[in-house]
Design a binder for this molecule. Sequence first.
Ligand code: MV4
Length: 450
Amino acid sequence: MFTKILVANRGEIAVRIIRACREMGIKTVAVYSEADKDSLHTLLADEAICIGPAPSDKSYLNMERIISATVAMKAEAIHPGFGFLSENARFAELCEKCSITFIGPSADLINKMGNKSEARKTMIEAGVPVVPGSKEPVYKVEEAKVMAEEIGYPVMIKASSGGGGKGMRISYGPDDFEANFLNAQMESVKGFSDDTMYLERYIEKPRHIEFQIMADKQGHVVHLGERDCSIQRRHQKVLEESPSIAISEELRKKMGETAVRAARAVGYENAGTIEFLLDKNKNFYFMEMNTRIQVEHPVTEMVTGMDLIKEQIRIAAGEPLSVTQDEVRIQGHAIECRINAENPSKHFMPCPGLITNVHTPGGNGIRVDSHIYCDYRVPPNYDSMLLKLIVHGKDRESAIAKMRSALGELVIEGIETNLDFQYEILNHEAFDQGDTDTHFIPTYFPQYGK
Ligand code: MV4
């Protein structure tokens, strides 16, 4: 096992990783920017090293500085968390070259799955269902239009390097195809320096269902059930739950086996997520694979009783998975609400600043993952997520009751947050009834924008 790990991240996930390491008896090194010298991850780690000024590209994205810090502090491994360098194949490769263990999959795998049209092709070849659409990538609008006619409108135009809705457009017919294709492609060239596009049939009001998978170096692969992440606003997840109300035991088995097949097809290692779209008729289609631990991993931890960060570390150190598929039990129901420093009445504009008071709820089945504390100043340079409130109940109804109660008790003063918005979601009849597809927010909260 490792004796020291460098945590190449900040915020709640850095804190989460430091805590897992401490429980395992592993020393931790935090890296921090000049804006984060009083951040909780900096204070909690055994050692901390400043890696540059506040802007991410000068600190948390500065690969050379982070590698240098790892060597200087004599850490054997780097946990990248999510965001920042977590899905950067060049960084994973740099770690390999410097004989540092990158806690995650290989650079090759990150590359392969980061290229969405290549991932799609790989999955088609592995017999994993994908949304009907193009098999090969497409670059020219004339060729794309011919493909669109074959697929049938409406079609979804997607950038191969995209994700999070960037470089994505819907076309409802031949009249609007050219403009949408060219706009999506332009956005992709601007954002990712890549003009590679692909097409899919547009699935109306789908659910976003993702399966957590874990794979070790010995070739064992398990899935840990699904998360329903359909409640999103402008491609930002707001609330996640496990299990999904839309999935029967039989469908879970089928989708889970498909997720495992997808992971096996690429020789996957460490934690990963297979994203599916689930349509109204319960057809499911592979959408993307994420090669990192995700923000919403705690809902999976609550229903499986596993610690995914510890599992990641053990796998990276060469240990086999701690469970077989038969030993994985999904128990009860978990919900996570993301509490962000943002103002819902001002288009969810980020609202950094000084936190003057905090009270977090506790009790049976309630978990708070956060880096905030009273008198902490939220810097303006990074993601606005402040806290993840996670609850676990015996079923969905009791989890909802617990979340309502916990949200009601949570106090964050000094800055604007989306706490009231979360409370409104939890108290909405449509949420209660599980009418929670990807159009939930635009449908039931049109005032908060599509
Ligand atoms: C789709 C889709 C419908 N049909 N693809 C949005 C983000 C990106 N990862 C993929 N997304 C979608 N892809 C086809 N062929 C609908 C969405 C989508 C969506 C997906 C998940 C969660 C929220 C969403 C909100 C709007 C659109």
